[in-house]
Each structure stands twice: as C-alpha cells, then as structure tokens.
Design a protein around this ligand. Structure first.
Ligand code: DOR
Ligand code: ZN
Length: 430
C-alpha cells in the first residue's frame, strides 16, 4: 500500500507532498502524482518523525486489568508514537530473557508501535542481585536499556556493577532516582504545600542525592546513565554540571512535570499522586528551561495506568502514577511550542531523535529525519486543533488521566509505522 500525504509541513516548515511506498519515504516534493496511492489531505498539518517513548508501563504480564500491550500500544499510536520502551515492573518482573521476549512478541503482534522491553537491573526489582542483563541483551528483544523503575537501585556497589556490565554491549542503566530512606511514607512533594496539608513530604534532595552519586559513578567507570523522570531544579543543575564535565548522562522529563504543580494535592484527588511527585512552579520553570536548552534530552511519558480500585480510593492508599501516552504531545505543544521554547525540530529531537538514540532504537529505523529513503515512521499533527480531554474516550484500559476536562492543543490526525497506517482521521486502525 502506498500513501500520498498532500501538502504536509515537515517540522512546520515549507509545505510539500510525501509519497510513502514500500515502507519508506519514496519521494518528497511539490505536486507529486498520487497514481496508485491513497491520498491523505495534509494541508495545515505538521509532519514529524514517529515519536519514541523511553518510559511506558504496559502492565502485561500481570495487571492486564489496568493495561495490556495491545491497549497501551493503541494509546501510543494515537499519541503519535512509533516506538515505546516497556518498563520492567510487571508481574512477573521482566528480569529474564523469557519475559522480555514475551513482551517483545506481544508488541510485534499489535503492529501499532514497536515495543522495546526494558530489562530489570536486579532480580525481581529486589535491589540485591544483578539480573541476567547479558541474556536479555542477547535475546530476541535485544534489550539495551535496564531499569528497576518504580524502585531506585540504591546500593551504590550494585549500581556500579550494573554500569560496568552494560558497557560490554552498549547498554544504559535508567535510574529511578529516589533515596528511599528519605521518602519513607512520602505522599507528595516536601514543601509549603505538604506542611499545610499535613502530608508526609518527598524532598527534592532524595532525587538529587542519587543523581549526584550516579553521575560520579558513571564518570568513574566510563559507562552510560539515563535519569528517569527528572523533577527538580537541583536535578537540572546537577545534570548540567555532569554534562559540562563530559559525563555520559542523559535525562528525561514527563509531560506532567512540565505542566502540573504540587498545589493540586490540595484536591486530595489521587489522580494527582505520582512518583516522583508533582513539584513547585519554580521546578516546572527549571524543567522547561532544561528541556529547551538540551540539558534534559527527552520527554518520556511515564504512562502509568492503574485500575479504579488502585486509584479511586483515599490519597494515602492510592498507587502513584498517571496516564500520559495520548496527551504527551499536546502537553509539549502547550508548554514548549506555544511558549516559543521549542520549535517543531526541537520537538522531533526531544520526542523522537534523542529518545531513539538513548534507547538504542536507531538500529530499527526510529528517530531519523524525514528524508527520502528513510523508514516511513511519520505522524501528522494538527497544531491548530484543541481537544477537551474525555477520560472515557481514551484507548487505555485505565482512566487515571490528570488532564480530564482540560482543553489541550494539537490532534494526531494520522500515524504511519514503516508505511502502514496505524492511525487515520484520528482513529486507531487496529
Ligand atoms: O508514579 C509512578 N508510577 N512512578 C513510578 O516510578 C512507577 C509508576 C508505576 O509503575 O505505576
Ligand atoms: Zn519511576
């Protein structure tokens, strides 16, 4: 099947036609002939390379009531993604070649996005014994990113060994930076709001202490570190320092940390409970600036579906986490593009190019530029559209979106994975 995208604006720049044939961008230019191709009217639409998410919780195996690979993949396609990294905190944990291969195969069956499993760093996320990193790297899933996300690899000697181990195959350790001894019982950001609400606080220093330690370890052993969901001003400063020193560290920020603040905890609505917690307006400003200047490399969703039982209960008992895949691009448009902090090339860099390089997915054709000969992983976005988020309409099996009722800019009109349409006219094709 071939497609002619008529009048699209790659990166919001000059309008052109794009001809997709045999899974690649066969031609680009004005007035291309559509003979034999399906026509897609793309006037006014921005074309971007397919987005890549470094941090998705798909919940399969184990919590298929909250999300499956299929429903998560559909959310991702509708959000403009062509690839996602599936976090390891499933049940069973993705700490063996068998489990990562299972998730990878389920991803292939969706034919909506490429699912690249993240392997656990430690057995069962237990934090004491290294998992079989090499076997996961050698498996059909070809795992390159390892993370105990949800938990921090707190033992510094184990972290050092993990960093050393992945050097053999160009892997990366993605750290959920949280000094657990400093966050025991924590319910929200530690600050004025937590004091007023009487909720136990999660101090910024608990994140920053681990980042400081890990960039030093990474520099020492000459390995590669990725920092998950950076949330504080101090974390951005530490990353800037580490990058200046030439340490091989990258970092991500979530859409929710770019937009929402800790005063939402005053609603006691657990939809706003997340780990790391929502921070202050000052932190939000620092995160936006860090993403704009490249200190923070990528936007990653931390899409964390939770069942109604786990989320619609009292604040203290609720699981942390919120949905992100379907609204991530809209939140980035709102916070970064409409404010002039990033242009569309910047969005492509932070949501496709850099995440693909960090996760090792360039080998599979992700994260490249929109040029003739490139794999046709293309998303068409209407930047002028504004959509009111209705949780009931989301593709996820869960409903815990913090954006319910908000009017957000940008609509994913179409999405192509290696030339196959995964979304057309805003609707998932599978
Ligand atoms: O809010 C969060 N939810 N943070 C994490 O680190 C884990 C995630 C989850 O798995 O629900
Ligand atoms: Zn995490």
């Amino acid at each position: 099947m071939s497609w002619l995208l008529r009048g699209a604006s790659p990166y919001g720049e000059e309008r052109t036609d794009l001809l997709i044939r045999d899974g690649v961008i066969a031609e680009m230019g004005a007035g291309l002939s559509a003979r034999g191709a399906e026509l897609v009217a793309a006037d006014g639409l921005v074309a971007l390379p397919g987005l890549v998410d470094l941090h998705t919780h798909l919940r399969e195996p184990g919590r298929e009531d909250a999300e499956t690979v299929q429903t998560g993949a559909r959310s991702a396609a509708l959000g403009g993604f062509s690839a996602v990294h599936a976090m390891a905190n499933t049940d069973p944990v993705a700490d063996t070649a068998g489990v990562v291969e299972q998730v990878w195969r389920l991803g292939r069956e969706t034919a909506l996005v490429d699912v690249s499993p993240v392997g656990a760093v430690t057995v069962g996320l237990g934090g004491t014994q290294l998992a079989e990193l090499g076997a996961m790297a050698d498996s059909a899933a070809r795992v390159r990113m390892f993370s105990d996300d949800g938990h921090c690899v707190c033992d510094p000697a184990l972290m050092r060994r993990a960093l050393e181990y992945v050097k053999a195959f160009g892997g990366v350790i993605a750290q959920h930076a949280e000094e657990h001894r400093l966050t025991e019982g924590a319910q929200m950001n530690e600050g004025i709001q937590s004091a007023q609400l009487g909720l136990t606080g999660w101090p910024a220093a608990a994140e920053e202490a681990i980042i400081a330690r890990d960039v030093l370890l990474t520099g020492h052993v000459g390995s590669r570190l990725h920092v998950c969901h950076v949330s504080t001003t101090g974390s951005v400063e530490l990353l800037r320092w580490a990058k200046d020193k030439g340490i091989d560290v990258t970092a991500e920020v979530t859409p929710h940390h770019l937009l929402l603040t800790d005063d939402l905890a005053a609603t006691y609505d657990p939809v706003y409970k997340v780990n790391p917690p929502l921070r202050t307006a000052g932190d939000v400003a620092a995160l936006r600036a860090g993403l704009a200047d490249g200190t923070i490399d990528a936007v990653a969703t931390d899409h964390a579906p939770h069942s109604v039982e786990d989320k619609e209960c009292e604040w203290g008992a609720a699981r942390p986490g919120m949905l992100g895949l379907q609204q991530a691009l809209s939140v980035v448009i709102l916070t970064m593009v409409e404010s002039g902090r990033l242009d569309w090339r910047g969005v492509a860099d932070r949501m496709s190019g850099r995440p693909a390089r960090i996760g090792g997915l360039v080998r599979d054709g992700h994260g490249g530029d929109l040029v003739v000969g490139a794999p046709a992983n293309i998303v068409l976005v209407d930047p002028a559209a504004r959509i009111v988020v209705d949780p009931a309409e989301l593709a996820s099996r869960s409903r815990n979106t913090p954006y319910a009722g908000m009017q957000l800019p940008g609509r994913v009109v179409a999405n192509f994975l290696r030339g196959a349409a995964t979304v057309l006219d805003g609707k998932a094709q599978r």
